[in-house]
Write a protein that binds this ligand. Sequence first.
Ligand code: FAD
Length: 519
Amino acid sequence: LVGCIHALFLSPMNCYGSHGEAISTTDRMYLESLSLQGTLTFDNTTASATDWGQLRSQLPPSGVMHPTSVDDIATVVAAVARSESELTVAARGLGSSIWGQSQAHNGIVIEMTSLKGIKVAPLGDAASNGVPFVEAMGGEMWVDVLTTSLEYGLAPRSWTDYLYLTVGGTLSNAGVSGQSFRHGPEVSNVLQLEVVTGTGEVVVCSATKSSELFFAVLGGLGQFGIIAKARIVLEVAPQRVRWIRAIYTDFATFKADQELLIGAAQPFDYVEGFVVLNNENAINGWGSVPFVRSDINAAMIPGHAGAIMYCLEVTKAYSAAALPTLDQVVESMLAPLSFHRGLLFEKDTTYFKFLDRVHEVEMELRAHGLWEIPHPWLNIFVPASSIDRFNTLVFKPIATQEFSGPILVYPVNKSKWDKRLSVAVPEGPEEIFYIVAFLRNKLPDTIGGPSLTEMLDYNESVLRICESLHCKQYLPHYEDRNKWTHHFGSKWDLFVQNKQLFDPCAILSPGLNIFTRGR
Ligand code: FAD
């Protein structure tokens, strides 16, 4: 298949290749001769080869560009596509990937965060039918998109759990959180993109204009173009939220309630959940559920509870004017649910603080030197019809493990994911699938816990179970390139076709290990 890409596009694009060496003198001189507003350096490039996972040994790029205009990106991408070598290009957001997805060994990394700009259109425009939107450069962080939008009393409606991620980086994957059941992932909330394709062409696209490129790029793992700008739908921002957590001892009841909530006519604004170990572990034991640790103790856990419990997490947005009736409203929304009544915990906070909640955890972990450590994370989409088996085969045995990190599990509605998006979701007619995230940290040896090898072996064992349960990896990574065909399933042929159209020399995002640059 890769050969097919090469064969197809040797002409007319003239894609050349040598043998994977570091940059040649000719290429370097050629790139140095380009007229750029930003900078392109070939020294000290190792910082651009780091990521959140810390699982890929340092594979530094040859060059690093800090663009200050979209033209800078287009100029460098076009030059790389024309070069007579195997040079590649990766856009890098904040390197929040696990497996080197934003790296380009011996290629050029474009540090997208150097390109700044966030503009709010509070009244929208004709193309958006008056729907307000924010236009952000691809390297802007979601936290800054939120802060700027809030100045207008507006906010995006779909999020990730953590906001120190870039717009382009999350839109290249999907961007999921507790709002996804209602508004779809972040990729379902984009009105327009400005994209630099793999040939260096700058294209403005949307669902109605150059739509092939638009849908290819959203969830496209950086394979079809670099997101220079994105227009994101805004809604009136809630002022405050009531943040609620409730414990279940039984998976069937937990699952039934989560699915009830995501289909409710008047839903909560956010629905997530996580696995809780029936122990005092600070990270994922029952002590991690209440907002104030002293609000729970061992005597409160029902005697019949097994080694694994589950926590539902929801929020209800409200304005100051709605406060007098809030208790009553929330009570009626919780009434049909079957959590343990004595194990309900609530907290009121501002909308910003709720959305920025993981940043508080970050500050704490940083203070203890536990933020910049290896993260062998694994994210999976599990079809609803497989989630009971997943609970039996994967969640329940976790009780016997030392598991240093949260385990998220929450359902979303597939109809909120446009079929034309590149992102691979479980196939078939089922409306619901679950987002499951094993957010495990490799603690320093001085603290103890399983080795990195043991954790990675564990992930592999989960992925083997997933094969028979028809799951899809989210933020996918495969060492074996052949597995991409299976991953994309019915979307694979279009994925390849789009690669041929928009990045014919296969220069973009080589860290994914899907295609090889043509020779
Ligand atoms: P990078 O990791 O730098 O890049 C990711 C990929 O996108 C690479 O292939 C890169 O080449 C490509 N890319 C980067 N920028 C662009 C661009 N402008 N145009 C085209 N391609 C580009 N994800 C969720 O969905 N939900 C969550 O709740 C969530 N929580 C997270 C919490 C933490 C603490 C961390 C570290 C990550 C979390 N993620 C979550 C994962 C996150 O969405 C991905 O790591 C994503 O890649 C964004 O990271 P980034 O902006 O640093 O991109």
